[in-house]
Design a protein around this ligand. Sequence first.
Ligand SMILES: Nc1ncnc2c1ncn2[C@@H]1O[C@H](COP(=O)(O)OP(=O)(O)OP(=O)(O)O)[C@@H](O)[C@H]1O
Ligand SMILES: [Mg+2]
Length: 454
Amino acid sequence: MVKNRIKFLCNECGFESTKWLGKCPSCGQWNTFVEYKETRVSKNKFNGFEFSNSIPPQSITEIEKDNLKRSLTGIYEFDRVLGGGIVPGSVVLIGGEPGIGKSTLLMQMAYYIANNGAKVLYSSSEESVQQLSLRANRLDVVNDDLLVCAEYSVDKIIEYCENIKPSLLIVDSIQTIFDADSEAQQGSVNSIKLCASKLIKYAKTSGIPIFIIGHVTKGGIVAGPKILEHMVDSVMYLEGSSNHDFRILRNAKNRFGSTDEIGLFEMSSSGLKEVKDPGEIFLTKGEIDISGSVLGSTIEGSRPIAIEIQAIASETKYGIPQRSINGPDYKRVNTIIAVLEKRLHLFLGNQDIFINAVGGIRINDPGIDLAIFMAIYSSYSNKIIPKNNVFIGEIGLGGEIRAVSGIKRRIEEARRFGINKIFIPYYSREEIKNSGKIIKCKSVNDLVECVKYV
Ligand SMILES: Nc1ncnc2c1ncn2[C@@H]1O[C@H](COP(=O)(O)OP(=O)(O)OP(=O)(O)O)[C@@H](O)[C@H]1O
Ligand SMILES: [Mg+2]
């Protein structure tokens, strides 16, 4: 028997209410509530497939651990972000901007798994099977065990899965599939919720892991994958900038591992390639020393990355000075500019300031403060800082240089590139031996004194 109840759902965040509301109490957005009929299937089955959720309680020690044996994707950077491979029955959501490479990444992963003799079903409701075949051929990832279909119905996808029994199912994308049991419009928050819950139930009962692709959308009626985040086991985001080839796979949530790890890739005509050495992307090649170009170090997940920060400070020709920042956080850079003005008495109010992190990587790590500071200082004062210097540390409002996490790892990474003068905070959580190559500074004034002689 099917019971229908009228409810209202926020299109932005999926908040449920029994009556229409003008403003969502959860996400604060206005006019986002839409009506939907909640369909309840009283029997615990669909499509003839019965959910086996009637296992009586058992002792935690009796549960077989073998069921949680992870399988590797064959892409080291991907496995690292997953926490060591795919857990059976897990559901992973991969989000990202249009065209960033979600389908490419999962197609490559599907191939590696199929190449190991396991069947993988790639169900795409965005592209036809011909388009999938074109991509697979371009990426050179064709294998008999890689099965593709262009299916829109979630029940049909599950039915195919039941027949094929693949070791992995990929659904591309959650916004373009629908649930025939409900009247929810394809791509609406309600439809996304219903389809995802069917897929999740299927994964949990069959043990087949499922990777779901979701689009990130800003506003509008098509719901982003935010609503799914609490439903699935892991949430990953493939990020990058349209002007650069590198991509970062970040983990926003992981029920089976740490969320600290990131995966680094580079987009090419033959697909996403793993980046083993981040220095190749984030440091400028060639040994030209110019003012405003300074080396720093950031930590992404557990990985230290040596990175080049470039700045230009030039007198503005128009009334209001420009601040253009690509990579580091806008507010942090403004704070650093304020410290330069207050503590070093530089007048930057008439300067256009442009900051760029080589490679365009988004950086939130405060450990990069010192490099940004030095890049602006170097450009403003036309002082060249040679590339054998690296600056690591956070800057406080008083101009003090604060300790940062992972200082030893950052130093080791910098040394790998032959950098022999490392400026670090005077106080560190880890003990760092004093040597001629490591210069400890208490404040930005100390630092400026030290760089006079580099
Ligand atoms: N022939 C090619 N040579 C180089 N790069 C290509 C080529 N074809 C596609 N690409 C790259 O692949 C990207 C598209 O990848 P993909 O289709 O996997 O993205 P997606 O995230 O799945 O996009 P969508 O959201 O539209 O599904 C393009 O933006 C481009 O960077
Ligand atoms: Mg795609």
